[in-house]
Design a protein around this ligand. Structure first.
Ligand code: OGA
Ligand code: FE
Length: 278
């Protein structure tokens, strides 16, 4: 338990929301629109109490190719993450350069930013989405490839798809304060089996895609980074086309951290999705 000099938990127990495998073949998830808490999840779910370890003090190293996630220092010149012009002019070049250096990719292409807040009033005021409280990974192989085909001209897409590519999310605080409530729990990709992952259609207003939701498996090993600082970023590799044994997907969910006080400021975050082409 926390004390006054060092308030970092080593391990917490918390409920996370798994999918119940009902054998249903076609499941459809309708994501919320910004400012409206109207996500419609696809199937039956069950809360499971799991141990979530403090990744900061674990002896093992977490990186994108082993665990499927990583933490990095990433300072930014952005002063207002709610300003679309700053996101386009300041943040995107920063993130692209950062991811290129980190991954050694030939090319990085940013294609999405999602802002979220753990407060209903803030969500309607700032027109942002809620924390994602169901365990998931953002892409399947099919939806990752479709995303490339949707966003590039046909010839270029086929060329890009002929070599290795990945999708990496960069997730961070968006209000210049540490993340306290609703942090992200990340499941070590080495503890996830293919059979734990259920493909679910994702029908948003603009397009149809696919995500993966997850069936409980006692082998899953969960981690988090308590109090993610304003100059820290979480990297989540939500897809990798490589099939050589490295992590291809990264399962994650927001959760309620029992060590965080009830009057802690609500989390505000932004996640940026990028193609990483090799
Ligand atoms: C993501 C994600 C959920 C959240 O970045 O892919 O699932 O609660 N975020 O921030
Ligand atoms: Fe996600």
């Amino acid at each position: 338990m926390p004390n006054e000099t060092h308030s970092e938990p080593t391990i917490v127990q918390a409920d996370v929301k798994y999918m119940t495998d009902t054998g249903e073949k076609r499941l459809i998830y309708i994501p919320s629109e910004a400012g409206q808490d109207n996500s419609k999840w696809a199937g039956r779910y069950e809360d499971r109490k799991v141990e979530i370890r403090n990744a900061r003090i674990e002896p093992s190293v977490f990186d994108l190719d082993t665990a499927g996630f990583a933490i990095a220092s990433q300072s930014t010149a952005v002063t207002d993450f709610y300003d679309d012009a700053q996101i386009a002019d300041v943040y995107e070049p920063e993130v692209a350069a950062f991811l290129q250096q980190l991954t050694g990719a030939a090319r990085v292409h940013i294609f999405d930013h999602t802002r979220r807040a753990d407060s209903e009033s803030m969500r309607s005021e700032k027109v942002v989405r809620e924390p994602a409280g169901v365990i998931h990974n953002d892409y399947t192989q099919a939806s990752a490839e479709k995303r490339v085909r949707d966003l590039f001209p046909a010839d270029e897409a086929e060329d890009l798809l002929s070599r290795r590519f990945a999708i990496v999310n960069l997730w961070r605080s968006s209000n210049n304060a540490p993340i306290e409530t609703a942090p992200l729990a990340l499941c070590d990709a080495r503890s996830v089996s293919d059979g734990d992952l259920i493909t679910v259609e994702r029908h948003s207003k603009d397009r149809i895609g696919e995500v993966q939701q997850v069936i409980f498996n006692p082998d899953h090993r969960w981690f988090y980074y308590p109090r993610l600082e304003a100059d820290e970023a979480l990297l989540i590799k939500t897809y990798d086309s490589a099939t050589d044994g490295r992590a291809r997907f990264s399962v994650h969910t927001a959760f309620e951290d029992p060590t965080v006080s009830a009057d802690a400021p609500p989390r505000e975050s932004i996640e940026t999705r990028a193609f990483v082409f090799y």
